[in-house]
Design a protein around this ligand. Structure first.
Ligand SMILES: *Cc1c(COP(=O)(O)O)cnc(C)c1O
Length: 378
C-alpha cells in the first residue's frame, strides 16, 4: 500500500518526539534490576495523582483491567451487588461493557446525546429505574461526559459513578465532580484510564490506571491486581495479576510531562478543522465548550454517506478511521443482551469518521488542507 499523504496515525512518529527521554527511562529500569513494581510505579502514580487531583492512583496492566478491578472493588466493599444495573451510553468501545458484564453486573444501555455523543445528566434522569445503581460516563473521544445535572442526580439517587476515562487523560470538566476534583477520572467514585499506544497519552505496550479519592477502594484494587494479596503471601481476595509494568510506568512518566502541551496541539488542529470545514453534508463536533473539557483524543465528524466520504478522502491521500462501526450491542458476544431500541447509537455508528489529529503526524496546515479536501466532497 502506498503511504498516505495524510496518515491517520504513525505511532513511531508519535514516540520519536520523546525517543531520547524514553530510552533513558528504559535503560534506568534495565539497570535498576527491579522489574515488578517499585519506584517507577510510584513516580507514575504520583504524576497521575497530580494530573487528576485524585488522592489515590493504582497502576494496572491495561484499561480494561482498570475498569474490571474498579467494579470488583465496588462489589467487594459492598457498594454494588451482582445484578445491579450500570447505565452507560451504548456508543462506547466494547471494553466498557465487558467490564460491567465480567463483574456480574447488568449494562443498562442508553442512547447518548445526539450532539455531544455522550451520556448527560438529563439522559440519566430520563432513563433511571429502581435497579439503576451506578452510571458509567465514558469520556468518549476525549470529551468529558459530566455536567451539573449528572452530579445532582448521582447525589439525589446515591448512584455510584464509575468513569471510563480511557480516552481522556488530562481532560477537565467545567463543573466539579462529586468530590474535590474536576478532572476526568476523578469526578466520581472511581475512574479508569488506558494508556493503550493509540490513546492521547500512550505507552509502548499495554498499561492502565485507576483513580479514586477513596483509600479503601484503592487498597482493594491494588490487592486484586496482585493476586488478591494485601501483604506478602497473605491472600485476602481471590485476585488476579493485573499490575502495571514498571517499564511502561517509566515511559509514561516521561510522556505525562507533555500532556498539557499535547492537548494544546490537538486543540489547535481541532480549531483548524472547525475553521476550514464548511460542507453542508458534514456535521462537525461542537468546539464552543473548548478547550478545557476535551483533550481531542479523536476529531470525529459525521456524514450520512460516511463510507463514500471515507473512500473519497482515501483517494485524496487522507487516511481516516471509524470509532466505532459496530456498537457493543450489535456484536455477536452480546447478541442475547436485552436492551431498548438504540436508534441514535446505531445512526452514530453509521455516520462517524475520525480525522487525523495526532500532533506528531498531522500539522495544523495539514488539518486545514484536509478540511479543504472535505469541502470538495459532494
Ligand atoms: C481503549 C479503551 C478501553 C480499554 O483500554 P485497554 O487499555 O485497551 O484495555 C476502555 N474503554 C474505552 C472507551 C477505550 O477507548
Amino acid at each position: 500500500m502506498n503511504k498516505a499523504k495524510y496518515p491517520f496515525l504513525d505511532l513511531g512518529l508519535v514516540n520519536a518526539v520523546y525517543a531520547d527521554r524514553i530510552k533513558e527511562a528504559v535503560c534506568r529500569v534495565i539497570d535498576s534490576g527491579r522489574y515488578i513494581g517499585g519506584e517507577e510505579n510510584s513516580t507514575f502514580e504520583r504524576k497521575m495523582s497530580e494530573l487528576t487531583e485524585a488522592d489515590c492512583i493504582v497502576g494496572t496492566s491495561n484499561g480494561l483491567d482498570a475498569l474490571r478491578l474498579s467494579i470488583m472493588a465496588l462489589i467487594i466493599s459492598g457498594r454494588l451487588h451482582r445484578g445491579d444495573k450500570v447505565m452507560v451510553a451504548a456508543n462506547t468501545y466494547i471494553a466498557s461493557i465487558l467490564a460491567i458484564t465480567d463483574a456480574g453486573l447488568t449494562p443498562q444501555l442508553v442512547d447518548p446525546d445526539d450532539d455531544s455523543m455522550l451520556l448527560t445528566g438529563d439522559i440519566v434522569r430520563q432513563n433511571i429505574t429502581a435497579d439503576t445503581k451506578a452510571i458509567m460516563p465514558v469520556h468518549l473521544y476525549g470529551r468529558v461526559a459530566w455536567d451539573e445535572s449528572m452530579g445532582l442526580i448521582a447525589q439525589e439517587r446515591n448512584l455510584i459513578v464509575i468513569e471510563d476515562a480511557a480516552q481522556s487523560i488530562g481532560a477537565k470538566a467545567h463543573v466539579k465532580g462529586l468530590f474535590r476534583s474536576s478532572r476526568a477520572g476523578a469526578l466520581g467514585h472511581i475512574g479508569a484510564f488506558s494508556f493503550y499506544p493509540t490513546k492521547n497519552i500512550g505507552a509502548l505496550g499495554d498499561a492502565g490506571a485507576i483513580a479514586t479519592h477513596d483509600p479503601e477502594l484503592a487498597d482493594i484494587c491494588r490487592a486484586l491486581a496482585n493476586y488478591g494479596s494485601d501483604r506478602r503471601y497473605h491472600n485476602f481476595y481471590r485476585g488476579y495479576n493485573c499490575r502495571l509494568d514498571p517499564m511502561q510506568a517509566a515511559i509514561l512518566s516521561v510522556k505525562l510531562d507533555y500532556c498539557a502541551n499535547e492537548t494544546q496541539e490537538r486543540f489547535a488542529r481541532a480549531v483548524a478543522y472547525e475553521n476550514t470545514i464548511s460542507n453542508p453534508l458534514i456535521r462537525k463536533p461542537s468546539i464552543s465548550r473548548m478547550p478545557t473539557d476535551s483533550v481531542w483524543h479523536q476529531y470525529v465528524i459525521r456524514c450520512p454517506r460516511r463510507d463514500e466520504l471515507q473512500e473519497f478522502l482515501a483517494r485524496h491521500g487522507v487516511q481516516t478511521d471509524i470509532h466505532y462501526a459496530v456498537p457493543p450491542h450489535m456484536q455477536p458476544c452480546y447478541s442475547t443482551l436485552p436492551h431498548r431500541p438504540l436508534p441514535i447509537t446505531e445512526q452514530i455508528a453509521s455516520e462517524v469518521l475520525s480525522l487525523p489529529i495526532t500532533p506528531a503526524c498531522t500539522s495544523v496546515k495539514d488539518a486545514s488542507d484536509i478540511g479543504r479536501i472535505i469541502n470538495q466532497f459532494k
